[in-house]
Design a binder for this molecule. Structure first.
Ligand code: PLP
Length: 373
């Protein structure tokens, strides 16, 4: 395996097996010069592929002009990005921050202010981040551990009766991932989200992982027939530069006033310039390719050895295995394919949206080999 530099990093992640040094499109190269097909995309972040020319040129141009001015002043990229997201949503305002967890923190605060209620209804196995607020509403006891108390009332994914039974007057926010990205790649059903929409609370879709075209539409909720009050975004929005966003629909506007929330780096001009280029690049043609290649990937996974079920939307695809997914990720990496897990026994694939049919074929052939060994 590849050379890995010893370091003084806190061990919050397992030991790295590879040091990556360069990326190009759907390919990524390690310190020893070995090239891998990247079906992880930096955990569903590098949506347009490594060094895509549009965000690359936009970030370079902005680096040469202005890096930071603070939110006490206007800068062009954040205002342009907010306007673009508003038009994608169909009328909304944006707050920019630096990560998915921060975007969810903003959503929780927004809902408290808007409704005067502190209760949150969220889904078992969901993932919303590692800060105390976002971790509290993450439906994974193993991650909450002793760090934080339960911050939500839980419902099983797609359990409509459970959802209605869990609702109460104390709940001001229903927080849902359209596809549970870290909790086993579980798509929520149209009926489940429609039932959530009918309840008397703000509805927030956490589109940190599913947003920006990942599932084959700009927002995953477009395929669910339900418009939320709030959307949180991060990961692919700037193709790898740090950014997060809370998007508030015009229908739910007005709760935050000056002083209610903030972030020193939120709306950073370089990240926002890259994000503007990303949003403009994720067009209808690319979204159609995402749906086609996603369907091909999903179909190819069904029936492979050890695959119990393949599921997902667009290019967020999971294969539930009857063996530990971590072992498969390790074997695929050694064979030149970067993949992810989603829980203990689900292999997750989240390649760049620009992946082509031949790349999907190559990934499937490596996985066939690995799973047949
Ligand atoms: N929400 C979802 C759905 C995620 O997948 C993640 C990260 O994986 C987060 C929130 C947290 O995002 P971040 O790691 O940028 O804080």
């Amino acid at each position: 395996m590849s050379t890995v530099l010893e370091s003084a990093l806190l061990p919050t992640y397992p030991d790295a097996k590879v040091t990556f040094t360069e990326g190009d499109g759907v390919w990524i190269k390690d310190a020893d010069g070995k090239t891998y097909l990247d079906f992880a995309g930096g955990i569903a972040v590098v949506g347009l592929g490594h060094r895509h020319p549009a965000p690359l040129a936009a970030a370079h141009a902005q680096l040469d002009k202005l890096w930071h001015a603070s939110n006490l002043f206007a800068t062009e990229p954040s205002r342009t990005l907010a306007n673009l997201l508003s038009s994608k949503f169909g009328g909304a305002q944006a707050f920019f921050c630096n990560s998915g967890a921060e975007a969810n923190e903003a959503a929780i605060k927004y809902a408290r202010k808007a409704t005067g209620k502190r209760g949150v209804l969220a889904v078992e196995q969901s993932f919303h981040g590692r800060t105390l607020g976002s971790l509290g509403v993450t439906g994974q006891q193993a991650k909450r551990g002793s760090f934080v108390d339960d911050g939500a009332v839980w419902v099983q994914p797609n359990d409509i009766d459970g959802l209605r039974a869990a609702m109460s007057d104390e709940i001001g926010l229903i927080l849902l991932e359209p596809v549970l990205g870290e909790g086993g790649v579980i798509p929520l059903s149209r009926d489940f989200v429609a039932a959530a929409r009918e309840l008397d609370a703000l509805l927030c879709f956490d589109e940190v992982q599913t947003g920006v075209g990942r599932t084959g539409s700009f927002f995953a909720f477009e395929q669910l027939g339900v418009t939320p009050d709030l959307v949180t975004m991060a990961k692919a929005l700037a193709n790898g530069l740090p950014i997060g966003a809370l998007v508030v629909s015009d229908a739910a506007a007005g709760a935050f006033q000056p002083g209610d929330h903030g972030s020193t780096f939120g709306g950073n001009p370089v990240s926002c310039a890259a994000a503007v280029a990303v949003v403009e690049t994720v067009d209808d043609d690319l979204l159609a390719d995402v749906r086609t290649n996603g369907a091909k990937l999903l179909a190819g996974l069904q029936g492979l050895p050890h695959v119990v079920e393949a599921r997902g939307r667009g290019l967020l695809v999971g294969a539930e295995l009857d063996i530990p997914a971590g072992d498969v990720v390790d074997a695929a990496l050694a064979a030149g394919l970067v993949t992810l897990t989603s829980g203990a026994n689900v292999l997750r694939l989240a390649p760049p949206l620009v992946v082509e049919e031949a790349h999907v074929d190559r990934a499937l052939s490596i996985l066939t080999e690995v799973l047949s060994a």
